[in-house]
Design a protein around this ligand. Structure first.
Ligand code: DAH
Length: 329
């Protein structure tokens, strides 16, 4: 009468031996030992139909088969779980000896690279760098720089006006008045690199937002020749040792004489900015005697430099921050 039990046990042991995954085993556990529909549990129900004298032996046989199947599942499970763990570890193994993947560390914006280049050349020439606000007083943007009150540059069309006394600075030249107004005594040699703003329509070569560097010096016996030497040194630092600097007469209210600065690049002359000897009115306003001291000053745009150096033909690209563009530098 215990034959069906032996059959189920044999079948179960064969299936357990053949199981290839722990998931299979779980299914087999349910199939043979499951509380509701397990095969062995099914036989257990026969117990009630047996004559009383056969019950103990049948029950004992059932329990024995249950133990055997449970043990077989447990030991096969241990084997399969170990194999599965090994396979997973193999799959997820990290080879610590492989070279690391280089992260993309980011880089400086091409304009920042230009600023740093100009700054390092000028630091070597003894300039100290100052900073001031993008929002500037008319006083420093114009008055200190000897602009007559009716000068057309004060026209609201040219600048972003903030209120009666303030505007977005139109150049970095206010550095001059900002430093001179502090009452420091010469020798002075200061510079500033920064963002400037004018009411200009955006096209390939213009923008309402751009960048200038200004530098100036006040000392005894400074001449236009010193200025030209300094300009040549700076331009060589930016454009390479062959750069040639050209001065041509030009007018700015804050210098006398004033010049336009151009640099020879290939067979072209690039106009980069302006310069000149600081106007005596400015020195006087600062309490510096123009018969004893003289000064020179220069200012030039920085946006066209990376354009020329890298062959970029659209100025606004530098402000649009399109990563496809920026990653090229
Ligand atoms: N600020 C002038 C401009 O925006 C450039 C300039 C000319 C600056 C002559 C100077 C200078 O310091 O001396 O065009």
């Amino acid at each position: 009468m215990t034959q069906p039990i032996a059959d189920v046990q044999r079948e179960a042991l064969a299936a357990i031996a053949a199981a290839s995954t722990t998931a299979n085993l779980t299914e087999l556990d349910t199939l043979y030992l499951g509380r509701k529909a397990g095969r062995l549990t099914g036989l257990m129900r026969n117990l009630g139909t047996l004559p009383p004298d056969e019950k103990p032996a049948f029950g004992a046989a059932l329990n024995a088969a249950k133990s055997v199947i449970e043990a077989a599942i447990a030991s096969r499970n241990a084997e399969l779980a170990a194999a599965e763990r090994d396979a997973r570890e193999q799959r997820e193994r990290i080879d610590l000896t492989l070279p690391g993947r280089t992260p993309e560390p980011g880089r400086l914006h091409p304009l920042t690279q230009t600023f740093e280049q100009v700054r390092s050349v000028m630091l070597a020439l003894g300039f100290s760098f100052t900073e001031s606000n993008h929002c500037e007083e008319y006083l420093f943007n114009f008055d200190w720089l000897n602009y007559p009150p009716e000068h057309p540059a004060l026209d609201e069309q040219m600048s972003f006006v903030l209120d009666d006394d303030h505007l977005m600075r139109t150049h970095t030249t206010p550095t001059q008045g900002r430093v001179l107004a502090t009452g420091q005594n010469p020798p002075l040699r200061y510079a500033q690199i920064g963002r400037c703003f004018r009411r200009d329509a955006v096209d390939d070569t213009h923008s309402h937002t751009f960048h200038h560097v200004d530098g100036f010096a006040v000392d005894k016996d400074l001449s236009l020749a010193d200025l030209k030497g300094v300009m040549a040194e700076i331009m060589r630092g930016i454009f390479g040792p062959e750069a040639i600097v050209r001065f041509r007469p030009d007018y700015f209210p804050f210098v006398e004489p004033g010049v336009e600065i151009a640099v020879k690049w290939g067979d072209r002359w690039l106009e980069v900015g302006g310069a000149g000897m600081i106007h005596p009115n400015i020195l006087r306003r600062a309490g510096i005697d123009p018969t004893e001291y003289s000064g020179w000053a220069f200012g030039f745009g920085l946006d066209r430099m990376p354009m020329v150096l890298h062959g970029v033909d659209r100025l606004p690209l530098f402000l649009e921050n399109d990563l496809r563009f920026l990653r090229q530098f």
